[in-house]
Design a protein around this ligand. Structure first.
Ligand code: F6P
Length: 340
């Protein structure tokens, strides 16, 4: 008898989740004769024992689809939310795992989900983690799937802002996602030819940002493109883009406009690179299960797949190193990060 495994997708969705589900499921079924089910709505499905059978037919035709066929949620089974009645969710999970005769659960998620995956493995369950998120901030791997697609979408948006900014002689401020990390802003900012890139990892001085914008216009440039990560330092009651635009209007004579890309960065079909990465992660996860190597997250370093113990991942973030080579190259070309 082959093993019986379950897959779930947890946390914010991103392009490539279905490619990863397909990678795990098809490899498990075709190469190892396993039985595969999928819990719906992330850890909620695991608590409520709500699942679907995933056979080869269900896993076909989903490679290019955005979102997740299993649904997702922000459920954190080890956290009791304010006002929530006590409910032994970890206990329910263990019972469901045993009732269903599972050999392993594959948790596809970001930082929070990897922490939950680790806690579940400490409870004695066999768990494998697969890192996903547009933010690219999962510790222990060089890259998460979803990031490349989000960078593509943000880059296209920046490309389109150049012409309208030039026509109206404006400063255009575009806010991208990333939570507390500046990966999307850095990569899309560089790919889209941003003039100023503000990321949470590098403190900025708003006066310097404004001076740079004025300097550009005084040198005869017709526009300034400012790419800001949502997580930069700013007052609580205002978005990053609104704050920077407000300051540019107050401190310079330049007209400024904001664009907040929001959830379009998370939606739609994954890029080819994300399809490949998600498929590789999924297939590798199935191989680890076949070998009985549990309690690990799949990772990639220098293009090579590996596995890292979940206990080394949980609760940590992968942020942009302010001395990242791309930042050095950007600075050498005159791109401003607001700090010098
Ligand atoms: O982690 C992905 C992400 O899209 C972040 O970039 C963003 O801050 C957050 O999720 C938004 O979360 P929610 O889906 O809960 O609005």
């Amino acid at each position: 008898m082959g093993k019986k495994i379950a897959i779930l997708t947890a946390g914010g969705d991103c392009p490539g989740l279905n490619a990863a589900i397909r990678g795990v499921g098809k490899t498990a079924i075709v190469n190892h004769g396993m039985t595969v089910i999928g819990f719906t709505a992330g850890f909620s499905g695991l608590i409520r024992k709500e699942y679907v059978e995933l056979d080869e037919t269900k896993l076909s035709g989903i490679l290019t689809l955005g979102g997740t066929i299993l649904g997702t949620s922000r459920e954190k089974p080890f956290k009791i939310e304010k006002g929530e009645a006590f409910n032994d969710k970890p206990g329910l999970i263990k019972k469901n795992y045993e009732d269903l005769g599972l050999d392993c659960i594959v948790c596809i998620g970001g930082n929070g989900s990897m922490k939950t995956a680790h806690l579940l493995s400490e409870e004695g369950l066999n768990v494998i983690g697969i890192p996903k998120t547009i933010d690219n901030d999962v510790f222990g791997t060089e890259i998460t799937f979803g990031f490349d697609s989000a960078v593509e979408i943000a880059t296209e948006a920046i490309d389109r802002l150049h012409s309208t900014a030039n026509s109206h002689q404006r400063a255009m401020v575009i806010e991208v996602m990333g939570h507390n990390a500046g990966w999307i802003a850095l990569y899309a900012g560089m790919a889209g030819g941003g003039d100023i890139i503000l990321i949470p990892e590098i403190g900025y001085n708003i006066n310097k940002v404004c001076r740079e914008i004025e300097d550009r216009f005084s040198k005869g440039k017709n526009s300034a493109i400012v790419v800001v990560a949502e997580g930069i330092q700013k007052p609580d009651n205002i978005s990053a883009a609104s704050y920077i635009v407000e300051k540019i209007q107050q401190l310079t004579s330049i007209e400024a406009r904001e664009t907040r890309l929001g959830y379009v960065q998370r939606g739609g079909s994954p890029s080819a690179m994300d399809r490949i990465l998600a498929t590789r992660y999924g297939a590798y996860a199935a191989e680890l299960i076949a070998k009985g190597e549990y309690g690990q997250m799949v990772a990639v370093h220098g293009g090579v797949l590996s596995a890292i113990p979940l206990e080394e991942v949980g609760g940590k973030l992968s942020l942009v190193d302010p001395n990242h080579p791309l930042i050095t190259k950007a600075r050498n070309m005159g791109v401003l990060f607001g700090d010098e």
